[in-house]
Design a binder for this molecule. Structure first.
Ligand SMILES: Nc1ncnc2c1ncn2[C@@H]1O[C@H](COP(=O)(O)OP(=O)(O)OP(=O)(O)O)[C@@H](O)[C@H]1O
Length: 515
């Protein structure tokens, strides 16, 4: 039995223990403080007007960026791992995008930032608003309330809110639907058709996982892209525009377009596919660029075919037509209407497009050129610094084949793989052709049939290549023989001429002697 004194001293020691432990314990209790940050979504007459209001006494009523802030907080909370784990209901975890929407009134989400615990809660208010003496409108206010200990005010105001908004915006960017933009001639003006972007949802399924490519090369490209994406501060520090140029070159069907799609899905960037032939001139090109979003991949496919950028692209037919037009002004006049539709983007305009203006644009941008004939391009266009990374898209190797077999047939290995490996070393086939051969054409075709089909196609390609090289050899031999015969004829003719002129000279001398 405890005496009153013992009881009193026991209670005292418990109290003392609690007081000592309080600085640590208090982190685990939501504080009841007047300091709150509220993010509202006002819903009046069917419209939602979200905004964030900070209710600290010293800055009461101040709003952070409207709408974006509310959505950013919503996204941030939906992505918060601790929120998922601790507060949200099991069924709402299935759909991460609607997590926060499913937060009930007064539900709480606990967050931790730099070792400090913060509490978010969702709330809903209704209020009646008098529009006139006869009508009233009810206003629905959804809000998030942030509670934290008074001592962390500087941290919250200094960096936490910024962190939430930044992370929330990043989550939104990750979740957003990518877009594929193309430039179409509009009809703003009667005489000069202005080019504008139009877009559709970008839903290309290609990813780096499905892209057949030598694994080391693929890893190198992926880390290059990541480094670029995370390089905001680095680019600022070195004073360079946050842009990177990629030149993808290689034969048709080696995956250049597929690579662009994989890049867009990997980085979550919109794709702007520039059709150069519909861009009127350099200034329209600049306008187009300014109109691109901050996270963009600007693509010019088949750059060698798009315009006369290289100075080598005029065919004989075009040259003949140009000469004819020079000689015949009426023909030129008739063709005038057509000519005005042609693009007048020049090489220097394109270089400016890549270098000059980008420095003035905010946000990260990637520009990709593709070509089947790298040797046709002007070196100025593809020098490092403009096209920072040159990526050769090659014929299918064994590693690429294995990836395609896994994707198309779901097989990791097979006894026929060895034959495929040897054939791929002996002949060239594009990943597009390999993929086509691997695709089952009916329900009856199993992986063995597909692999055998591929082997047949590879053997045929090898045979065709052998025949072609034999024919080329024959042609070369015939051309060499022809050249030799022509040279021999020329020598014989020359000799004949020389003998003739020597004979004439001789005759002349005999004639003058006899005179
Ligand atoms: N490396 C690859 N990995 C996976 N699939 C590929 C690859 N290359 C080609 N393919 C397949 O072949 C099809 C055509 O490839 P893609 O259009 O990317 O080639 P390309 O090099 O851009 O050709 P082009 O120069 O004619 O535009 C793609 O839809 C894809 O299915």
């Amino acid at each position: 039995m405890m005496t009153a004194f013992e009881m009193w001293s026991y209670l005292c020691s418990v109290m003392a223990g609690l007081m000592l432990a309080w600085p640590m314990l208090k982190r685990y209790f939501p504080p009841q403080l007047s300091m709150q940050l509220e993010a509202y979504a006002l819903k009046a007459v069917g419209q939602v007007y979200p905004y964030v209001r900070i209710k600290f006494p010293e800055i009461a009523g101040q709003r952070l960026e409207r709408c974006e802030a509310y959505t950013a907080i919503q996204n941030y909370l939906s992505a918060s791992a601790s929120a998922k784990a601790k507060w949200l209901k099991a069924e709402s975890i299935k759909d991460s995008r609607s997590l926060v929407l499913s937060m009930d009134e007064n539900d709480q989400v606990v967050d931790e930032f730099e070792g400090v615990k913060l509490w978010w809660s969702a709330g809903l208010d209704f209020s009646q608003r008098s529009l006139s003496p006869w009508s009233q409108s009810s206003e629905e206010r959804r809000f998030y309330k942030l509670s934290f200990h008074r001592s962390h005010r500087d941290l919250v105001m200094g960096s936490y809110i910024e962190h939430v908004l930044e992370k929330g915006k990043a989550v939104a960017a990750d979740n957003r639907q990518l877009k594929l933009f193309t430039n179409n001639p509009g009809s703003d003006s009667h005489y000069h058709k202005a080019t504008k972007w139009s877009y559709t949802a970008f839903k290309h399924p290609a990813t780096f996982d499905t892209l057949a490519m030598e694994p080391n090369k693929k890893t190198e490209i992926m880390s290059d892209l990541l480094k670029f994406q995370q390089g905001k501060e680095y680019y600022e520090r070195i004073g360079k525009a946050w842009k990177r140029g990629y030149l993808l070159y290689g034969p048709p069907g080696t995956g250049k377009s597929t690579m662009i799609a994989a890049m867009a899905n990997f980085l979550n960037y919109d794709v702007y596919d520039v059709e150069l032939t519909t861009v009127k001139d350099n200034s329209e090109m600049r306008k187009l660029l300014i109109d691109t979003s901050e996270k963009a991949i600007v693509v010019i496919e088949d750059i060698d075919c798009s315009l006369d950028l290289t100075g080598q692209r005029k065919t004989k037919k075009q040259e003949k037509e140009d000469d004819e037009e020079k000689a015949d002004p009426i023909k030129k006049m008739l063709k005038g209407g057509e000519e005005s539709k042609e693009s007048k983007v020049t090489l220097s305009g394109l270089l400016n497009f890549i270098d000059g203006l980008w420095s003035a644009c905010r946000g990260e941008r990637i520009i990709v050129f593709t070509t089947n004939f790298i040797e046709k391009l002007d070196p100025a266009l593809i020098r490092r610094g403009r096209m920072d990374k040159h990526i050769k898209m090659s014929y299918c190797g064994f590693e690429s084949f294995k990836l395609l077999a896994r994707n198309y047939l779901g097989v990791e290995s097979h006894p026929l793989f060895e034959r495929v490996r040897r054939l791929l070393e002996e002949t060239e086939m594009t990943p597009a052709d390999v993929a086509e051969n691997l695709m089952p054409k009916s329900d009856d075709e199993d992986e063995e049939a597909c692999l055998e089909g591929l082997i047949k196609a590879l053997e045929k390609a090898k045979e065709d290549a052998r025949k072609k090289s034999e024919e080329e050899e024959e042609e070369e031999k015939a051309a060499a023989a022809e050249a030799e015969a022509t040279a021999a004829r020329a020598i014989a003719e020359e000799e004949g001429q020389r003998t003739l002129s020597e004979g004439e000279q001789e005759n002349g001398r005999t004639g003058s002697a006899s005179c």
